[in-house]
Write a protein that binds this ligand. Structure first.
Ligand SMILES: Cc1cc2nc3c(=O)[nH]c(=O)nc-3n(C[C@H](O)[C@H](O)[C@H](O)COP(=O)(O)O)c2cc1C
Length: 189
């Protein structure tokens, strides 16, 4: 039987925060489904800012030599990518945005018209948390903004969404709400 790999990325500075709790649960569920899960904490990685040189569009690899090569290889190796990150200013935190920038040529090829995806046949799961309570987090574009940004990256890469889970109103919560736990439980197939 072919081994199934999932890449679990933590895009929060809080290793025991809400996004981390969501990710840990998703990892347990993936392991129950016989995935081999590789966890990456973005805040522990050495990643310079994208210099915008666009060389990666042709080579598929970034010219800056740091931890991006390891992460790019994991994107190519894993069938499923799970990204957990909080909402920062109705978007993703800066290291997550920088990850997307650094992986430009890993995930897409430029054509005269639309970008051509380079990571077809893979799936993704998005987990996010924010302080604004539901439904305002969605109506006023807080969690919606973060999910939109993550979606843009993964869809352009040619990947298919498996599940998107928002944990809203985190200021008043001590543990993950049951609804969130249930949704994450149903994420992994
Ligand atoms: C710099 C910064 C910006 C934030 N921006 C928003 C925001 O736009 N909307 C929101 O609802 N919460 C915002 N928050 C709150 C976080 O999304 C919230 O505390 C989240 O649950 C933290 O998740 P974590 O424990 O996984 O780090 C922000 C927090 C920080 C530190």
């Amino acid at each position: 039987m072919n081994e199934k790999y999932a890449l679990a990325i933590l895009g929060s500075p809080h290793a025991t925060g809400t996004s981390a709790a969501m990710l840990d649960l998703a990892i347990r569920k993936a392991e129950e489904k016989n995935y081999t899960v590789i966890k990456v904490n973005l805040y522990e990685k050495d990643l310079s800012y994208c210099s915008g040189c666009r060389a990666c569009i042709h080579t598929q690899n970034c010219i800056l030599k740091d931890d991006i090569q390891e992460i790019a290889d994991l994107f190519r190796k894993c069938q499923t990518i799970i990204l957990a990150a909080p909402v920062y200013w109705a978007n993703v935190p800066a290291p997550v945005k920088n990850l997307f920038d650094r992986l430009l040529g890993t995930v897409m090829e430029e054509t005269r018209t639309f970008p051509k995806p380079r990571l077809r046949g893979r799936n993704y799961i998005l987990l996010t948390s924010c302080n604004t309570p539901a439904p305002f987090s969605w109506i006023f574009g807080q969690s919606r903004g973060a999910i939109r940004s993550m979606d843009e990256f993964f869809r352009t890469a040619g990947m298919k969404p498996m599940r998107k889970v928002v944990c809203a109103g985190t200021g008043r919560q001590k543990r993950l709400p049951r609804k969130v736990v249930r949704k994450i439980g149903r994420s992994i197939r």
